[in-house]
Design a protein around this ligand. Structure first.
Ligand code: ADP
Length: 254
């Protein structure tokens, strides 16, 4: 099986936004959730999107992941401009090229870990590549949990199932929305360590929304949003450089 984007093509934009605008409501009550965002999210990189509540992080992720449509501008996945696609093609693109990890795991309670992991592929009428499935399962450390149901697993194990589910179809981009928001620090470290390894070892592209500077320090690049605009970014971030930037961007009170 071939990957859509070669792992060594690290500068290619796996996902891009071009002057993306998203408004809600009209007239005096209009909210500009995205106010002209332009960015290339590079293939084979782990990018964090940070910013205060209401700054547009979820809206940006949803527009890029074809879960929401922008008011204007372009959202591009793998060179494909999403507004040019009809519903059926968008659904296929979401299934084939995008993986999702949510804060709340979103596993099906009646299915085993293995059934959850292969469900998106099964829905698309595909089977997992057996060698790739094995690599993902071993990387995520779930070999002895495959027959367990979500209620028989810890939160960290459930989120690792969700990560494996996102990776098993070899998507162009994995979007992770606060993936450690419901986890304790040990489980968070396991999940983030796995996401990091999947970038380093598999060349996976990951975009993660997070509030947590410790989580963002696992990434290659942090993009900061405020009021629907990109206001800052950091390469090779550390917890301290992220905290410094957050402090600088937070309006001082008093
Ligand atoms: P974040 O993820 O950074 O917290 P969001 O992208 O959720 O920010 O929201 C950005 C802005 O858009 C906020 O002001 C929010 O209230 C507004 N917004 C988001 N979704 C909707 C919606 N469905 N209807 C109206 N306003 C919305």
């Amino acid at each position: 099986m071939t990957t859509t984007v070669p792992a060594d093509d690290v500068r290619a934009g796996a996902a891009s936004a071009r002057n993306l605008v998203k408004t809600y409501g009209e007239g005096e009550t209009e909210v500009r959730a995205l106010d002209g965002v332009t960015i290339d999210l590079h293939a084979g990189q782990f990018t964090a999107v940070m910013g205060p509540s209401g700054s547009g992080k979820s809206t940006l992720m949803h527009c890029l992941a074809a879960l929401d449509t922008p008011t204007s501008g372009e959202a591009i996945i793998d060179g494909v401009e999403l507004s040019g696609l009809k519903d059926k093609a968008l659904t296929a693109l979401r299934r084939e090229r995008i993986g999702f990890v949510f804060q709340s795991f979103n596993l099906i309670p009646t299915l085993t870990a293995e059934e959850n992991i292969v469900l998106p592929l099964a829905l698309a009428g595909r089977r997992p590549d057996p060698d790739w499935f094995d690599r993902v399962i071993d990387a995520v450390g779930l070999r002895d949990r495959l027959t367990h149901r979500p209620s028989e697993m810890s939160g960290g194990q459930q989120q690792r199932v969700a990560c494996a589910r996102a990776l098993v179809s070899r998507p162009s981009v994995v979007f992770a929305d606060e993936p450690t928001g419901n986890l304790d620090s040990t489980s968070s470290a396991e999940v983030l360590g796995f996401l990091r390894r999947s970038v380093d070892e598999f060349g996976q592209t990951i975009v993660m929304v997070t509030h947590d500077p410790v989580a963002a320090a696992y990434t290659d690049r942090v993009v900061f949003l405020a009021d629907g605009k990109i206001v800052e970014e950091l390469s090779e971030p550390t917890r301290d450089s992220i905290l410094d930037t957050m402090a600088r961007l937070t309006p001082q009170v008093g």
